[in-house]
Design a protein around this ligand. Structure first.
Ligand code: OAD
Length: 244
């Protein structure tokens, strides 16, 4: 492990353009459940009943109750040492970008600026009539389902299974992938597309891939270095050894 950290640090010291990708694992140490694994949300809840446009159309109350429950957990959570280390990377690397799959908004709360939330943000809502977005931060929600001023139902402004990533977010992601020389992938199981394909895309154009996860994933086969452990321990240990 310490050899692997040395290799990662050595590479990062030579990196001009760093891209970081995060998944639910980065927020686990803030007390937010991940999706897969033994304690994952998808062990107890069915994604197709809660995280698809069809589920919402059929039963918006059930979907919103689930989001209200998650917003309750996330509303009490704070960014952890892993989120803060990534904010330090933004300050260290003049050319830096973060793509997160997380909708919890915790990266944003560190003050990070160069970020795309590729699956949206669960504090933002979207009118089902005209797609206008706004922030709705009440916890718990005053009414379920919440309604727009126009009277129509609001939905969480997140990407559900069966929906496309917004074009702008996807374009920004491909743009930063083409620019980066090192990709660090943190706390994702690497099974949800399109993000699951990003490490290979960076590898194919000659980039270096560093993985940080508790356990091996499909990304481990692609990564140049895999660091196994908690992101809240590993990322600050790396940040400490970079010039700042
Ligand atoms: P997952 O729940 O699939 O994976 C979380 C990963 O984090 C696993 O590989 C864990 O081993 C790892 N992990 C857990 N705790 C960690 C820690 N403290 N430090 C480092 N790693 C840790 O979450 P995602 O890969 O983000 O999509 O899931 C991708 C998408 O699937 C989500 O954005 C969501 C979900 O369904 C939608 O809702 C559209």
């Amino acid at each position: 492990m310490s050899d692997d950290i040395d290799r990662a640090v050595e590479r990062l010291r030579r990196t001009k353009s760093l891209l970081v990708i995060t998944g639910a694992g980065i927020s686990a140490e803030s007390g937010i459940p991940t999706f897969r694994g033994n304690d994952g949300l998808w062990q107890n809840y069915r994604a197709e009943e809660l995280a698809t446009p069809w589920a919402f159309e059929r039963d918006p109350v059930t979907v919103w109750k689930w989001y209200d429950w998650r917003r309750g957990i996330i509303g009490k959570a704070e960014p952890n040492a892993g989120h803060l280390a990534i904010k330090r990377f933004e300050e260290t690397f003049p050319d830096f970008f973060l793509i997160t799959q997380n909708v919890d908004g915790l990266h944003g709360r560190t003050g990070i600026r160069k970020i795309v939330e590729i699956h949206g943000n669960l504090w933002r809502v979207r009118c089902t009539r005209d797609n206008r977005t706004s922030m709705l931060t009440d916890v718990p929600l005053k009414t379920i389902p919440p309604r727009c001023e126009c009277g129509e139902i609001l939905r969480p402004d997140v990407v559900w299974f069966g929906e496309s990533i917004p074009t702008e977010a996807l374009q920004a992601s491909y743009n930063v992938m083409s620019l980066c020389d090192t990709l660090m992938v943190v706390g994702t199981s690497g099974v949800v597309y399109p993000v699951a394909s990003f490490p290979e895309t960076v590898k194919d154009k000659g980039g270096f891939v560093i993985e940080v996860n508790m356990e091996p994933t499909p990304i481990t086969n692609v990564a140049d270095v895999s660091l196994f452990g908690k992101s809240g321990d590993i990322l600050p240990a790396i940040a400490e050894r970079l010039p700042h």
